[in-house]
Design a binder for this molecule. Structure first.
Ligand code: 6R9
Length: 663
């Protein structure tokens, strides 16, 4: 049997047959921002010149003369002798161009309250907040932790921190006190900006008490001196005199006069923590000029953004990289008008998202496959009640989108015509790396397809040799890119070990991928999600996709569980659609048998799951990623690992009880 770790050999079963393709419509191509295929080879010929040109679309207080310094790999410096103010690029620049009256944010609170904020108003608020933060001692080089709901003040806080040349560390509002404290300690943040609470699933979910708990851990004694609290939930909270301050009380003392200072392109912009395969979270460090260049350029190109007319909506929470790059920095740098929604898609009912699209005339919609599958499960009759005709581009991010969800998304949400951009990237890459361009690419459902202009990514073998078309292996990025992670905060060695030790000066993304006959990239999931069954390499994503192709299946998660005879065995966890009648959830044996047969028929006997468990829910992180690691523990009858990052920690208990009963 071949080795267990990190390789994917090409496998005939992984070659989808008869892939349906969707060329761009002539009318779409004609109006697209990018419709000259020459862009790819021009950028490939001189990537640095390409990125310099994109960087010059930003406003620099001191223009750069040097593009890339790669003299000390893997520590890249982009545009390093240039200076800019990231917040001024997102705000003042547009106001100065006469666009102050354009709406920046259509805010929709979960209870139904709304706010319309123009670029002039947002700029004014950020200037006041910058003055307030200065009075609280924040200056260039400091770190500020932000633990907030999805409300406009979160954007204001991030931009005010950036305006001062300090770095923010946004911690997702669903994280526990322990997680928050670990992140505060690691970054040595001196200020925390939070809210009393925010709205989630029809009620107030408290935030400030978690900050209190975090700061009290270990007997107190953290780096934090002040806690600034935005009033949102109106919930009762405890108050520590001398430490806690109300945002709305403090801000009244400050006006909207604030001249943005330019900071070096490599000035830290933010730290965002992401979980590694083991141990403590990694503080991914992003800096200013290169990050903003690629966030803005990809936002414009990939979504075909027309800032004058489009209404853009990305459903990601600001606590994740997608929220940083495609709610805050990319859209605002481009002067886009966007929707920001506080709550969950099912509140008060599953029509909420579609009603928001109808209300604001959303034309570009960016969400995750897990959300699309949840909507599929509820049924198309819900979105069909709304006018979604404003939609012209759809985006997907976070995991491979299975072809069935892709087709549903295009048909039901995109009127059968909207291009879908399946965007592959990571917290570490900072911005989109692989994605179709909607005016150029003939779409293939399930594939992220093409590296962006100026990005050189490919698939290599375990030994680092390019595998060539029709073969599988490991995804690498071959040249530095502007929005790349600069280091792991405080741990250069871990940065080197995690991403660079394997292939020298090429970045190892941790994802398996395959190049099809046309050279398009198909992501196969994290390499630790790759199974080895009797020496055959199988991708979890591929079997999951096959299961979801079954008309009765809403969602599935597949793991490779250790098996005495086959090395690993396929174990699947499946949620059935609520309205399906073809499989009887009350008769799990029959349902399991039917689904096993289905997988064997779809992919081949080698992929037939050893076991299938019909479950009501899957363990997901708060960003919607299925935690297969925990399912693997359950399938192997092991003690369940750390569940603290789960949205609902009870889910795993239920599942492991189920599995135990069957063992
Ligand atoms: C942006 C974001 C990164 C990991 C990445 C990969 C998976 C993201 C994907 C995708 C297939 C896509 N991933 N987008 N896999 N197709 N379009 O999600 O960042 O939270 O850091 O996750 O997500 O496995 O390595 P992050």
């Amino acid at each position: 049997m071949s080795d267990q770790h990190g390789t994917i050999e090409s496998h005939p079963l992984q070659q989808p047959e008869g892939v349906e393709t969707f060329p761009p419509a002539d009318a779409f191509r004609a109006q697209a921002n990018v419709n000259d295929p020459g862009v790819y080879w021009r950028a490939a010929e001189d990537p640095e010149a390409y990125w310099a040109e994109r960087a010059r679309q930003l406003a620099w207080s001191k223009p750069f003369t040097e593009i890339l310094d790669w003299s000390n790999p893997p520590f890249a410096k982009w545009f390093q002798d240039g200076e800019l103010n990231v917040a001024a690029n997102c705000l003042d620049r547009h106001v100065a161009a006469g666009l102050g009256e354009r709406v920046a944010i259509h805010f929709e609170g979960e209870p139904g309250d709304t706010r319309t904020i123009t670029y002039a108003e947002l700029t004014h608020e950020v200037k006041r907040a910058a003055n307030m933060l200065t009075s609280l001692g924040v200056s260039a080089g400091d770190r500020v932790a932000i633990y907030m709901p999805m409300i406009p003040e979160t954007v204001v806080a991030m931009l005010a921190v950036a305006r001062l040349g300090a770095a923010h560390s946004v911690v997702f509002g669903g994280f526990s006190a322990e997680s928050l404290r670990a992140r505060i300690d690691d970054a040595q943040a001196e200020l925390v900006i939070t809210a009393d609470g925010g709205y989630r699933k029809g009620r107030v979910s408290a935030l400030k008490p978690t900050v209190d708990d975090a700061l009290a851990l270990g007997g107190g004694g953290s780096s934090v001196r002040r806690v600034l609290v935005v009033e949102r939930g109106g919930n009762e909270i405890a108050w520590t005199e001398g430490r806690d301050l109300w945002w709305h009380e403090e801000i009244t003392a400050f006006d909207g006069d604030h001249s943005p200072q330019g900071f070096p392109a490599e000035n830290p912009l933010f730290i965002l923590y992401t979980s590694g395969t083991t141990g403590k979270p990694k503080g991914i460090l992003h800096t200013s000029g290169g990050y903003l260049t690629q966030a803005a350029a990809t936002h414009r190109d990939v979504f075909d953004l027309k800032p004058e007319t489009d209404v853009y909506w990305c459903t990601a929470d600001i606590g994740w990289i997608t929220g940083h790059s495609y709610v805050v920095y990319g859209p605002l740098a481009n002067g886009a008008t966007q929707v920001m929604y506080e709550g969950t898609p099912e509140t008060p009912d599953w029509g909420r998202w579609w009603s928001i699209i109808q209300k604001y005339g959303v034309s570009i919609f960016y969400t995750a496959p897990t959300a699309i599958r949840a909507c599929m499960k509820v049924g198309r009759q819900v979105p069909e009640q709304y006018d979604l005709s404003s939609i012209r581009v759809l985006g997907s991010v976070g995991e491979p989108i299975n072809p069935e969800a892709w087709r549903w998304y295009r048909e039901v949400i995109g009127a059968g015509t909207a291009p879908i951009v399946d965007t592959w990237w990571q917290t570490e890459t900072g911005a989109i790396m692989i994605s179709p361009l909607p005016g150029l690419t003939t779409l293939k459902p399930g594939s992220a397809q093409v590296p962006q202009p100026g990005i050189s990514a490919t698939v290599v073998s375990e030994e680092g040799e390019p595998v060539g078309n029709g073969q599988g292996g490991l995804l690498v990025v071959q040249r530095p890119w502007p929005s790349m992670v600069r280091t792991i905060w405080g741990d250069d060695q871990r940065f080197i070990d995690t991403y660079w030790a394997k292939f020298g000066d090429r970045y190892f993304a941790g994802d398996g991928a395959r190049l099809d006959e046309d050279g398009d990239v198909w992501l196969l999931g994290r390499v630790d999600d790759v199974m080895n069954v009797s020496g055959h390499r199988l991708s979890t994503a591929e079997i999951e996709s096959a299961l979801v192709e079954h008309h009765a299946v809403a969602e599935s998660a597949v793991v490779g569980a250790d098996d005495e005879t086959t090395g690993q065995a396929v174990v699947a966890f499946v949620i059935l659609k609520s309205q399906q009648t073809l499989l009887d959830a009350e008769d799990p044996d029959a349902a399991e048998a039917a689904l096993k047969k289905h997988v064997a028929a779809q992919i081949g006997a080698i992929a037939r799951p050893r076991q299938i468990f019909i479950v009501a829910e899957l363990p997901k992180t708060r960003s919607g990623k299925i935690m297969r690691r925990l399912l693997k523990d359950a399938a192997e009858g092991k003690e369940i690992g750390d569940t603290t990052t789960l949205a609902d920690t009870m889910v795993m208990q239920t599942i492991s009880d189920r599995v135990r009963a069957e063992r």
